[in-house]
Every structure is written in C-alpha cells, then in structure tokens.
Design a protein. Sequence first.
Length: 653
Amino acid sequence: MRSIIRHRSRFLLGLVSIGFMLGFFAGGQQAPAQEEPDHAKHHQAQTGNNGSSDGQDSGEKNDAKKGKGKMGKGKMGKDKMGKGKMGKGKDDDDDDDEKSLQSEELYPHLMSLPEMTPEDRARLEAQAHQRMVDGTSLMSEGFNALSSAASDDYVGMQRAASALREGVTQFETGLATQRAIVEGVAPRNEALRWLKQELSLAPPITEDTEGMLWGMGLFHTFVMFLLIAFAITMVAMYYFKMRRASTLLKALATGEVGDESLAQATANAAAPSADKPDTLASIEADCCPSGTLLASDASAQGLLPFVRRKKCNLKVVDIFQETPDVKTFRLICCHGGAIPFSYLPGQFLTVTMPVGEKPIRRSYTMSSSPTQGYYCEITVKREEKGQGSRYLHDVVQVGDELVVEAPSGRFTFTGKENDSVVLIGGGVGITPMMSVTRALLDMGWDGEIYFIAAARDPEYFIFRSELQRLQERYPNLHLFAAMSRLKEPVDGYRSGRLSKELLVEWVPEITTKRIHICGSPSMMDSTKQMLSELGVSQENIYSENFGSSQKPQAKPQPEQASSAASPDATVSFTTSETSTDLRADESVLEASERIGVNIDYSCRVGVCGVCRVKKLSGEVTQEVTDGLEPGDEEAGIILACQAKSKEDVSVEA
C-alpha cells in the first residue's frame, strides 16, 4: 500500500511542478475553458468542527456525486486546507464567497472578450492569473495531505485526490482564459472543445488543406484529373467518328468518293470479326502482295464506289453447275473475310492459269452483285478449244486458289445512268446482265428492268430458276426469253430466234431506252441491225463480247520472212532491248509474238485491257479502246492488240 502511495505521490509532485512551470513561465498560453457561474454552490456544508466520520462520509458522498466538476470553481474551490486537516470552517466563508463571485464573473467576461476594453482585459487577465495561482496552491495542499495521510485513511486519501483534481481544474481554467486573451480565440469554440474533453469525446479530425485543390487530397486530385482526361478523350473520339461517318454518308449520297480508304471502307462494310487471329490488313497483305494497289483506281461510278487492285489470290469456295456446259465459280478472300477489292456490275475479272509451259490469262465477266462484299462469282462456258475454260471446268476444284487481276471494263450499269434499262443476253453473254440485275434489285432501284434472254432451249437457259423467282418478287423486273430450238412456246418462252417483232412487243417505247447487248458476235450484230431498223439511236446501244476471230499469227520461217513484203515501220521494245518490223496490217502485240517478247493479253479485241503498254515514241491508231482507263491516253498508254502504225514506234515492253 505504501508503495502505491509513494508512486502516486511522485506522479502528483510531477504534475504540480508542471503546473508551476506553466503558470509562471508560460504566462497563460494554452487551454480553452468556460466557467459555469453557479458552480460555486455545488458543495454542501459539513457537520462537525474536526470533520467527524459522519461529516467525512457525507463529504465523500457529495464528492462522488459531483464527479470531476465543471469549468470554473472545482469541488474544493471554496475549501481552505491547513494544519493537515481536510474540510473548512465557518471563518472561511467570506473568502470563499468572494472567490465565488470572481468565478461567476469570469465566464461572462470571457464570453464578451472580443468587445472588452483594454482595462477589462487587464482585469480579466489578473483574475485568470489568480485562478492559476489558486489551482497551484490547491494541488500543493492536496499533495501534502496525500503524503501525510495514514495508510488506512482512505477517506483522507480520497479528499486529497479530489483537492488535486480541483486544483488542476482551476489551473486549466485560468490557463484557458490567458490563452483566449492572448490569442483572441472565440470563447464559444474554447467552451466546446473543453466540453468534449470533459465528456471524453474524440477531438475533431483536422487536415492540413494547404496546397490542396478545393479541399481535395493529392490522390483525389489525381483521380479527378484522370477522369476528366478520359471524358475529354471519349468526347473527342466520338466527335471524329461522327465526322468520318458524316463524310462517308455524304460521299455515298453524292457518288463522289475521292479517298482510297473511304472507298475501301464502303467496299468492306462487313469486316472480319475481332476474335479472328488475322486482321483485315494482314489478310489483304497475304492475298494481295504489296504494291498491287493501283493508286489512281479508287473512284466511284453510279451508285457504287470501288477500289481496284492489280493482283490478288482468291479461293474457290463453291462450284455450281448452271447448264450442261456452264459452271459458276464462287471466289472468296484466301483467308476469309471480305474480298480485297470492289467492282461495278458488268465488269470482268482476269484470271491467270498455269496451263502449259507459260501461264495464260483469260477474262471472264462476273455474274455476282458487287453488293455482296464477301464473294464474287464468274460464270464460264466450257469451250472445246478454249484452254482457260477447259482448265476451270476440268482441273479447278473447291479449295483451289486462283490468281486474279483487277476487275475492269466499261460495260457497266449502276442505275444512275438512266431511269430504265433493256438487258439482252445470248447464251453465256447473260452473265453481265445477271450482275446488273442482281445489283439493281439489291440496291432497291425503282427503275424498269427489261431482261431478254436468247438461248437454244430451257435446259441451256442460264440462271433460269433464279430469274423466275426474282420476277415473281420484284414487279419492276420484266423477264422474256426466245428459244431458237423450241417448236412452240413452253412455260411462257417464245419459240424461234429473237426478232424485231418480239422486241417491240416486249419493250414499250424501245427507241427511248438504254440497251445493253452481250453474246456471240453474230448474235450482237443481228440484234444491233434490228434495233437500228426500229429507230434506236446508236448512242443508246452498248455491247461487249470476248470472242474474236482475230488469232495470233504464227512466227514466219526464215525463208518466209525474206519473201515477205517490205515493212512499213519498225517497233522497238525497250525493256527487252529488241526491235522488229511492223507491217501495216499487224498490231504491236502480233509483232511482239513473232520475236518472243512477252506482253500479257486476254481478249485480243481491245476490251479487257490486259495488254496495256506505255508508248514512248511514235503515233499509232487503235480501232477499239474500251480496255483503256480514264487518263490512259493522256499518259501514253496503248492497247498492244489494237495498236497499228505506219511509222517507227517505241514501247515499254
């Protein structure tokens, strides 16, 4: 027990020392306080002059009920301690009453601190200093009483502890007053802080907001700026995306597409899905070697923009038997996805085939609609003497790859050229007409389509079932057919060959219509003659064929060459660094074949454009220039199969 008392005595002695140091050296710099004016009345008088056990018990009970006390006078604020006794006598009442008045005056003075005169502030400061002195005295007396108390005098120890607490309270209130006077702190704030301290409430959490933006911490500021940057980026991406979409829609509406990427985006409207390992760019790189894009070939005609590529690999995904001697080959991109070029309805595709020692090139009209971006189709008739057609029919199988060159040809119709069209196809010449019909119907074209087919019999009527189905579905498609080997009409097909009477019967006001014809040379010649007799202007008649009676001349033997007529001119091939005679009725292509200079060709009638070469000097004449593209003539490009001259010519071959 004495050990406990010694430890407590040392603790209280240290507390008293701290109080003296704060009171006399700090001069009252800290601790908020408010004094309750009526706190001086909280003690009751005790009975007995010497503090009998009953009086001590009563005082102890009162002290226990009061607790730590309030700001102002403490429990022992009115007590005088002396001669080693706890309690007070009647002779001390006057001094206690005076101190009680001073305590009551301290709180209202503290509340009116900002409005006090300098004299009042000085008087209040003196009162606060006196409270600090009184508190120090109480703590000293309580410490002495605690030190001198008997080991079994628990009541005395309790009273001494109460005196110490009362002294600390008085000292704190005086110190708080001194701080309020010096610092000018709001008294109400000090009272609130003291009240929270007395009630054991946690002090308010304060943060140093210096250098922060709108009270936010560094992390919150960073996150806020990050979110703002993300929002700005999303808005910018949406803006540029909508601008691009607006440009694309405007170009499609006006038919003016001058940007290669824009045309390619339209042609490849359905791009491969993102989960595939190869992107569209890598697919095109694999299927179409670098440098194969023709820079000047991104353009638009009619309703459809298109992009041409010089050479690509396409895979045969399906083969359809249309008639006993006609097959359709469906081609797709070699790695799947959209085909790497686009085209116009009525154009043809040039296919390179490894036939014999030297690959051959043949052009075949595409029968598919360019609106189908994932595939294209060529429809080919097997000719007994045709190397290309026999290779496709007899050798090519599903899964094989074909090397194809850019779609070409001017025998096209997109719906913008006229408000109606007459399509006349004979035999396999129906293929470009089918491409035009499919495209117009896919695009919802509302013009009148007069489709006239000439065939031997229904068995050789290519696309018969599909055309019948389309006629039933689309009221603006009018289908007619003439069968040369039928003796009488069957299923609505007229017997006999195509005639003027049938044309007048099938097509009202035929003289005002735009007419496309494709078939054998004899069929087209007779049809043109009939139209001319009906009064149709030549400007409204468009035709195309890939057959020709023109054949390459055999290389003359040395003795034959010596006996040949004298040449009229000389043709020089700069790339091959050779030259030869150019006869008056001989084309540049035929001259190159005589001396073994390689110039690619396909149709030999000036339509496909495969034999285009650059003329470096001299002048030539060309009977047909359908295979030339816009701007070719100005750039000096000629068709080797058509170019003839009576003067010296130099070409790049």
